[in-house]
Design a protein around this ligand. Structure first.
Ligand code: FE2
Length: 165
């Protein structure tokens, strides 16, 4: 775990050090998932093929942007807690819990299935963190709730793409 820096900078922080370390670990794990999600959405944006190319191509770019925005929120919350954020490629490759996408072109219906799985996994993991976050730092919990709401909106839109009346 990265150093707590705030004491060196200010001498005090409104959140206790042990709480910041614990919350920092949770936020770092979420950060890694979100960076990986943004990379995977871009990979899908590029490699999708099929009759629904255009809509899924665009939807994947929206998901890339959204995941990048959420990773920014989470990373800067880490720093606000005095904990360094680690978004390095090697760290993401080592720590991400999301399965890798298959190499090469991916058919449109398969892109939806694969990205729904990844969104669901990210949401499940984020939701599991809420209890501890709420006990240790409700401000970080609130931020993660905002991220989950965004993830679940993306999940709805992607699942709607695959639904039939
Ligand atoms: Fe593009």
């Amino acid at each position: 775990m990265a150093d707590i820096e705030a004491e060196k900078l200010h001498g005090s922080h409104p959140v206790a050090t042990d709480a910041r370390l614990a919350v920092g670990e949770q936020l770092q794990e979420l950060l890694v998932d979100l960076v990986d999600l943004s990379l995977q959405a871009k990979q899908a944006h590029w490699n999708v093929i099929g009759g629904r190319f255009r809509s899924i191509h665009e939807q994947m770019d929206e998901l890339t942007d959204a995941a990048r925005d959420w990773s920014e929120l989470v990373a800067e919350r880490l720093l606000a807690l005095g904990v360094a954020a680690d978004g390095r490629a090697a760290t993401v490759a080592r720590d991400s819990q999301l399965p890798s996408l298959p190499e090469g072109r991916i058919e449109d219906h398969r892109v939806i299935e694969l990205m729904v799985e990844r969104l669901l996994e990210t949401v499940r993991r984020a939701r599991r963190r809420l209890g501890e976050l709420g006990e240790r730092d409700p401000v970080s919990q609130d931020l993660v709730i905002e991220v989950i709401a965004g993830l679940e909106k993306q999940l709805w839109m992607l699942q709607a793409t695959a639904s039939r009346p």
